[in-house]
Design a protein around this ligand. Structure first.
Ligand SMILES: *Cc1c(COP(=O)(O)O)cnc(C)c1O
Length: 339
C-alpha cells in the first residue's frame, strides 16, 4: 500500500498528465529570454494575477530573496513576521546575501502583524538606523488565510509610510480558495507576490515572482547573481502551466479532507486537535509520546511532520485521497484509542 505522506504538500509527485505536458513543451535558453514555455507561464500568471511581469525561479526561497533584493538596498530593512518563512525558514538569506536587515514582528493569533506594532517598528530617518523600506506578509501563514480586512489595513499602512508591500504567497491559491475569491483578488494591493508551484499545485519545481516590469528586471539580475539563471526550464514551466489549468479548483478537495482529518482525530483520547486551516491540521501530543507515535505511524505507512513545530502538523494534497485520510485517522486511533 502507498505511504500516506502528510508531512507537507511539497511531497506530491507529478501526475501522468503533467509529465506528458512536460515532455511536449517547446523549450529555449531562458537566460536569453528565449524559452517559449517559461515566457508563457510568466505572462499567463502575471495576466491572471494583475501584474505587469513575472519571473520563473527554482524555489520560493529564491523568489522571496530576489524580490526583497529588488525592492531594497544594502542597509535597508524589512518588517516581517517573527514566524514568517521569509524571516525564519530561509537561512537568513535577506541579511546574509542581500545586506537587508529584518525587523521581526510578533504575530497575532490570526497570523497578522498588528498595525500598531508595525508603526512602532518603522525607524526614523537618521544615520543611526537602517532605512525601513518594506513590509512582507505571508498568506496563508501556517495554513491560516489572513483576514481580508487586515490585508487592506496593512496596505494602507505601507502606503502611508512609503513602504513597498511584498507577499510571500507560497500558498496564495489556498488563501483564495479559503476566501472563495480569485487568486487575483487575493493578490490585490501588493507590489510583489511570490507564488509556489511545488506545494499544493503539485508541480515538481518552481515559483514565480510577480511585480512591475521595472521590479522584475531588477529581480532577473539578482536571479542570475544568486545562481538561478536556468536554460531549457520550459519543461518545468510546462508542469506549472498544467497545474494552473488543472490543479487550482481541486484545492477545495484538500481543504475538505483537512476538515475530515481534524474531525476524525478530534474524538481520540490523549491528544488534541489544535487547529485546522485550509489544507493543514495541527495536533498536540504529549511530548513523551511523540517518538512512539512517530514509530507507530511509520509502521502503518503514515508520515506526519514531527519536531519542527510545537505541534504535529499534517498537510493534505494532491496525492492524499479520502481513503488516505481514513487510514491516517485509523493509525492515530490504534495508538491513542477513542473516547
Ligand atoms: C515553501 C514555502 C516557501 C518557499 O520554499 P521553497 O522550499 O524554497 O520553495 C516560502 N514561503 C512559504 C510560506 C512556504 O511555505
Amino acid at each position: 500500500m502507498a505511504i500516506i505522506d502528510l508531512r507537507s504538500d511539497t511531497v506530491t509527485r507529478p501526475t501522468r498528465a503533467m509529465r506528458e505536458a512536460m515532455l511536449d513543451a517547446p523549450v529555449g535558453d531562458d537566460v536569453y529570454g528565449e524559452d517559449p514555455t517559461v515566457n508563457a507561464l510568466q505572462e499567463q500568471l502575471a495576466a491572471e494575477l494583475g501584474f505587469q511581469a513575472g519571473l520563473f525561479v527554482p524555489s520560493g526561497t529564491q523568489s522571496n530573496l530576489i524580490g526583497l533584493m529588488a525592492h531594497c538596498e544594502r542597509g535597508d530593512e524589512y518588517l516581517v513576521g517573527a514566524d514568517a518563512h521569509t524571516y525564519k525558514f530561509e537561512g537568513g538569506g535577506a541579511a546574509v546575501l542581500g545586506s537587508i536587515q529584518p525587523q521581526p514582528i510578533a504575530h497575532q493569533s490570526d497570523g497578522s502583524l498588528a498595525i500598531a506594532d508595525l508603526e512602532a517598528a518603522v525607524k526614523p530617518v537618521d544615520p543611526h538606523f537602517a532605512r525601513t523600506r518594506l513590509l512582507a506578509l505571508e498568506n496563508t501563514w501556517h495554513g491560516r488565510a489572513l483576514p481580508r480586512q487586515y490585508l487592506q489595513e496593512a496596505r494602507a499602512f505601507a502606503r502611508r509610510r512609503g513602504l513597498a508591500f511584498h507577499l510571500d504567497g507560497a500558498r496564495l491559491f489556498n488563501a483564495a480558495t479559503a476566501y472563495g475569491v480569485s487568486a487575483r483578488e487575493a493578490a490585490a494591493g501588493f507590489d510583489s507576490v511570490s507564488v509556489c508551484f511545488s506545494k499544493g499545485l503539485g508541480a515538481p519545481v518552481g515559483s514565480v515572482l510577480l511585480g512591475s516590469t521595472a521590479l522584475i528586471d531588477r529581480a532577473r539580475r539578482w536571479r542570475k547573481v544568486t545562481g538561478g539563471g536556468w536554460r531549457q526550464a520550459g519543461m518545468l514551466a510546462a508542469a506549472c502551466i498544467h497545474a494552473l489549468d488543472h490543479h487550482v479548483a481541486r484545492l477545495a478537495d484538500d481543504h475538505a479532507r483537512a476538515v475530515r482529518l481534524a474531525e476524525g482525530l478530534s474524538s481520540l483520547r490523549g491528544m488534541t486537535v489544535d487547529a485546522q486551516h485550509t489544507n493543514m491540521v495541527f495536533v498536540r501530543v504529549p511530548v513523551d509520546r511523540l517518538q512512539a507515535l512517530d514509530a507507530h505511524l511509520r509502521a502503518a505507512d503514515v508520515r506526519v511532520s514531527i519536531g519542527y513545530l510545537p505541534t504535529v502538523r499534517m498537510v493534505t494534497h494532491l496525492d492524499i485521497d479520502d481513503d488516505g485520510i481514513e487510514r491516517a485517522v485509523a493509525a492515530f486511533g490504534s495508538f491513542f484509542g477513542s473516547n
